[in-house]
Design a protein around this ligand. Structure first.
Ligand code: AMP
Ligand code: GLY
Length: 421
C-alpha cells in the first residue's frame, strides 16, 4: 500500500513511523511533514489547509490510502473531497468531524444517544453566560464551542475566573470565531483517560487507553495546552472500565452518528473522566490524540496500515489489536512561553537528539524545522520523547534520562509525567 499522511506534527510523525513499520505498507508520503517525518516518509510541501492541493497530491501519488492527522482538514472536508476523487480516506467526512468541531453538536449527539457527560449550557452572549455562572456560584468549565487547538477550555473554581474566561473568549476573541459561542459545563472530578478507537461506520475497535497531561505545569497547574505528555497503559483503565467505555460511550456514539447519516470512518477519540458516578465524556475528537498517539503506537504490534485499510473498507468486525506488554511514557519538550506567549520565540537550534536516541527512545518531532542545515524549533510543542519500559516507572526513567541529552534555548517540560507509579 502507498499511504499519504496529512499533517506535520508529533502525532503525524508517530503515525508515519508506525505505518513505515507496517508490513502492508510499501511507501509512506507526508504533506507537509517535518524534518522528523522526513526520516520515515517522503515529504511534499502541501499545507494542511490546501484541500485541492492535497487531493491532487494524493491522486498524483496514486495513494491507496490517505491518513488525515489534524482536525482542521477533516472539518474542512478533506475526506469528502478525496472520496469524490475515489481515494480512500482514513478520517471522517465533514459531517462526522463536527463531533469535534462543535462542542454543542457533540453534546446533542450524546444527549440523543444517552451517553453520560457533564451537564452543559450554550451561550451566544457574554452577559447571559456571566449571569449564568454567577447563578451557579460554584466551579464550572468554560469552553469555546469551536476548534481552538486544545486551548479553548478553562477549568474555573468559581464565578470570578469563569467571568474572566468568558470575556476572554467572547469579547477579547482569544480563540477567534471558535469562541463566539461558549459552553458552560458542570465541573467533573476524577482521573482522566483517552481511548482512541477505530470506527468503520459500524464496528468500533479500541487501542489501549492512554492518559494525557493537558495542563502546562507540574501538578496539573497552569493553562491548558495541546498536551505536555502521555502514557500507556493506564492502570485505572481496567478491563471493566474499558468494557463500560465500549458499552456506554463508544458503541453508542458510533451508532448514533450512523443513525444521523454521518457515516463515520476513522478514529473516535474519547476523552473520559472516571467520576464517582461512573465514566463520563469530557470530549470527543475526530482524530488521533496528540501526544497520546506517541505513547500508544510504540506499543502496537499489529500492522497499523492493515487496521486503517480495514477501517476504510468497513471490515473491522472480528479484527484484533495486538499490543506489547511494555509501558510507554511520552514527555513533550516545549518552547519557553508556550502556550501563552504570542508570538512565541522560535528558531533556536536543537541539540542532543542523536545522544538521546542512542539510549533507545523514539523522538517524535512536532514543531521543528531545518535552517541552514541545522535543526531548529518552529512551534510551541517542539518534540516528544517516547520510551518503552517493563513498567511505567522504567519507561518514565528512560524518557527523562533521554530528555536530559536534548537542549534548545527556553526548552521546558513537565517533570511529573506518569509519576507516582
Ligand atoms: P477538552 O479540550 O474539552 O478535552 O478539555 C481540556 C481539559 O479540561 C480536559 O482534559 C479536562 O482536564 C478539563 N475539563 C474539560 N471539561 C471538564 C469538565 N466538565 N470537568 C472537569 N474538567 C474538565
Ligand atoms: N491530547 C489531546 C488532544 O489531542 O486533543
Amino acid at each position: 500500500m502507498r499511504v499519504l499522511v496529512v499533517g506535520g506534527g508529533g502525532r503525524e510523525h508517530a503515525l508515519a513511523w508506525a505505518l513505515a513499520r507496517s508490513p502492508s505498507v510499501t511507501e509512506v508520503h507526508a504533506a507537509p511533514g517535518n524534518p522528523g517525518i522526513a526520516r520515515v516518509a517522503t515529504c511534499h510541501p502541501v499545507g494542511v489547509g490546501d484541500i485541492p492541493g492535497l487531493v491532487d497530491l494524493a491522486a498524483r501519488l496514486a495513494a491507496d490510502l490517505v491518513v488525515i492527522g489534524p482536525e482542521a482538514p477533516l472539518a474542512a472536508g478533506l475526506a469528502d473531497a478525496l472520496e469524490q476523487r475515489g481515494i480512500a480516506a482514513f478520517g471522517p467526512k465533514k459531517s462526522g468531524a463536527r463531533l469535534e468541531a462543535s462542542k454543542t453538536f457533540a453534546k446533542q449527539v450524546m444527549e440523543f444517544a444517552g451517553i453520560p457527560t457533564a451537564d452543559a449550557r450554550t451561550f451566544e452572549s457574554a452577559s447571559a453566560a456571566i449571569s449564568y455562572v454567577q447563578e451557579q456560584g460554584g466551579p464550572v468549565v468554560v469552553k469555546a464551542d469551536g476548534l481552538a487547538a486544545g486551548k479553548g477550555v478553562t477549568v474555573c473554581d468559581g464565578p470570578a475566573d469563569a467571568k474572566a474566561a468568558i470575556l476572554e473568549a467572547m469579547e477579547q476573541h482569544r480563540f477567534g470565531e471558535a469562541g463566539n459561542t461558549v459552553l458552560i459545563e458542570e465541573r467533573m472530578e476524577g482521573p482522566e483517560l483517552s481511548i482512541l478507537a477505530f470506527c468503520d461506520g459500524e464496528s468500533v475497535l479500541p487501542l489501549p487507553a492512554a492518559q494525557d497531561f493537558k495542563r502546562s505545569l507540574d501538578g496539573d497547574l497552569g493553562p491548558n495546552t495541546g498536551g505536555m505528555g502521555s502514557y500507556s497503559p493506564v492502570p485505572v483503565a481496567t478491563d471493566a472500565v474499558i468494557e463500560e467505555a465500549m458499552d456506554k460511550i463508544l458503541n453508542p456514539v458510533a451508532a448514533q452518528l450512523g443513525r444521523m447519516g454521518r457515516y463515520y470512518v476513522g478514529v473516535i477519540y474519547a476523552g473520559l473522566m472516571l467520576t464517582p458516578a461512573g465514566l463520563k465524556v469530557v470530549e470527543f475528537n475526530c482524530r488521533f490524540g496528540d501526544p497520546e498517539t506517541q505513547a500508544v503506537l510504540p506499543r502496537l504490534e499489529s500492522d497499523l496500515g492493515e487496521l486503517m485499510a480495514a477501517t476504510t473498507q468497513g471490515e473491522l468486525a472480528g479484527m484484533k489489536v495486538a499490543c506489547c506488554d511494555q509501558a510507554c511514557v511520552t514527555v513533550v519538550a516545549a518552547s519557553g512561553g508556550y502556550p501563552e506567549a504570542d508570538p512565541l520565540k522560535t528558531g533556536f537550534e536543537i541539540t542532543g537528539l542523536e545522544q538521546a536516541e542512542a539510549l533507545g527512545v523514539q523522538i517524535f518531532h512536532s514543531g521543528t524545522a531545518e535552517r541552514d542545515g541545522k535543526l531548529v524549533t518552529s512551534g510551541g510543542r517542539v518534540l516528544s520523547v517516547s520510551a518503552l519500559g517493563d513498567d511505567l516507572a522504567g519507561a518514565r526513567g528512560l524518557a527523562y534520562r533521554a530528555l536530559e541529552e536534548i537542549g534548545f534555548e527556553g526548552m521546558r517540560n513537565r517533570s511529573d509525567i506518569a509519576s507516582g507509579y
